[in-house]
Write a protein that binds this ligand. Structure first.
Ligand code: EPU
Length: 446
């Protein structure tokens, strides 16, 4: 069977999309990509089976399952969205070079592999189109826990007798670094205290899973996570939280096209900041029997938003929201404080008729790490603008959904390439978009 990473090399198909109609209907939220991939890594901490439910059928999950298989994990699907992973023995402590730069998951395996095998050599994630994305916080923290780390050009080599607990202060509440240290701390000797930790719902989902596995983890209200190391962890059965980025993407689509979309399974508690923003721009939402429905309540008007760590406005909500803002009256601002380079995608929107200007100033209430350093990290979006069909090439996952939205808002027909980036993180995008009335066809690339 082809390895999942082979599908990252080229598109299997393009999309042809005809836009200009309100989208209405109902879709089911998939499990969260940014939770499930970490839960799969956590399963490496035990020699017992772990079962995950509401597993999304996305390329990213298949990539991680392939990686686990390389390390000795057996993977058994017991339904379309339920998988059992079992690693009785670590059979390899390294991943093939082909996984270098593929995604951000291999470095999260350092802790589990050190605990199970004492050493590992893993591919580095590499930068991407949204920013440099270093992993210094991960490696510094692991070093403080007693890991010996040697970073090479494309990989990182780590060994340790046994990791030990310590106090670690993260310079920024990094999601990945928090997860990495949390995973490493569960089986470390003694207590690890992570100060300045990220507390995104996906991290809490990981904490819940680890607790079911037998870990002793406490999350305080001041971004402190305390982990008392235990000797052994056991298997667990867990349902992945619904994907709050996918939910927000369909919500923004409903508002942008003046339709009404219900997302079954959507959870208000994971979307509080987003729901406020949707209301302020002129949309609204209401609970349904099984989720949340979203629609446009009045003509959209400009808003001022900035992305931030949880409970702030997620950086991954930014792109679909910006697309909705192209349909709002007046000039909106969006200050991106998480990544230094996450507006590159707006260039192609401008070619469709959107009015988006970028600046390296902080257009928010506070400064951020990127103020006036040449990073175009604030956007002014002036609307409403009529968009027209175009040929678009998706540069990354979240920009990908914004491009699909642009094509659906635009009059006329668009073609979209780079679909593999979208499909690595959105489950069955074509099926779900059709379910809300989108006219979208796939065109095989060969
Ligand atoms: N950072 C450092 N050093 C580090 C780690 C992070 O400087 O060692 C910086 C990053 O460069 C970035 C900021 O800290 O500027 C935040 O990065 P973080 O570590 O929080 O992000 P991540 O763990 O790499 C995850 C998601 C992203 C999501 C961010 C923020 C996964 C696999 N990825 O990335 O999701 O945007 O958290 O919430 O969980 C996506 O799904 O499309 C996506 C990019």
């Amino acid at each position: 069977m082809a390895k999942a990473y082979e599908h990252m090399a080229h598109d299997r198909h393009w999309y042809r999309i005809s836009g200009g109609v309100p989208l209405t209907g109902s879709v089911a939220a998939a499990g969260a990509k940014n939770s499930v991939t970490k839960l799969l890594v956590a399963s490496l901490l035990t020699d017992k089976p772990c079962t995950l439910r509401r597993v999304p059928d996305i390329l990213e999950v298949h990539l991680v399952l392939d990686m686990l298989t390389e390390l000795g994990t057996t993977v058994e699907w017991s339904g379309p969205d339920e998988v059992t992973v079992h690693t009785p023995k670590i059979t390899a402590t390294t991943l093939p070079d082909a996984y270098s730069g593929v995604n951000r998951i291999p470095v999260l395996m350092i802790g589990p592999l050190l605990h199970r095998a004492g050493e590992t050599l893993l591919p580095l994630p590499g930068g991407c189109t949204i920013g440099k994305r270093p992993i210094d916080f991960h490696l510094d923290g692991l070093g403080e826990m007693g890991a010996f780390v040697t970073q090479e050009l494309r990989s990182v080599k780590v060994h340790a007798d046994r990791l030990h607990g310590t106090h670690i202060t993260l310079p920024f509440p990094s999601v990945g670094a928090t997860e990495n240290l949390l995973l490493a701390a569960t089986l470390a000797k003694g207590t690890t205290v992570i100060h300045g930790a990220a507390v995104e719902p996906e991290i809490i989902d990981l904490v819940l899973f680890l607790q079911q596995m037998g870990a002793l983890v406490n999350v305080e209200t001041d971004r402190t996570i305390t982990v008392e190391g235990v000797e052994k962890l056991r298997g667990a059965v867990h349902s992945v939280i619904p994907d709050r980025i996918e939910t927000a993407s369909f919500a923004a689509l409903a508002v942008a096209t003046d339709g009404r979309i219900e997302v079954q399974g959507a959870q208000q508690q994971h979307l509080v900041t987003f729901l406020n923003a949707i209301r302020r721009v002129g949309g609204d939402f209401a609970p349904t029997d099984d989720g949340l429905a979203f629609w446009r309540e009045r003509p959209l008007t400009a808003v001022h938003l900035e992305t931030g760590v949880h409970p702030g406005f997620m950086t991954d909500w930014q792109q679909p929201f910006v697309l909705a803002l192209t349909q709002a009256e007046g000039t909106s601002t969006m200050h991106e404080t998480i990544y230094e380079d996450r507006f590159g995608y707006t260039q192609q929107l401008a070619a469709m008729g959107a009015n988006v200007a970028l600046t390296d100033n902080c257009l928010g209430t506070g400064g951020c790490r990127y103020n006036r350093r040449g990073h175009q990290h604030s956007a002014l979006i002036t609307g409403p603008t009529k968009l027209h069909g175009a040929h678009l090439t998706i540069p990354d996952l979240r920009a990908g959904f914004a491009y699909i939205m642009a094509a659906l808002v635009a009059e006329g027909t668009s073609t979209v390439a780079g679909t593999r980036y979208l499909e690595r993180g959105y489950e069955d995008p074509v099926g779900k978009l059709r379910a809300v009335g989108a006219q979208i066809e796939t065109i095989p690339t060969h």
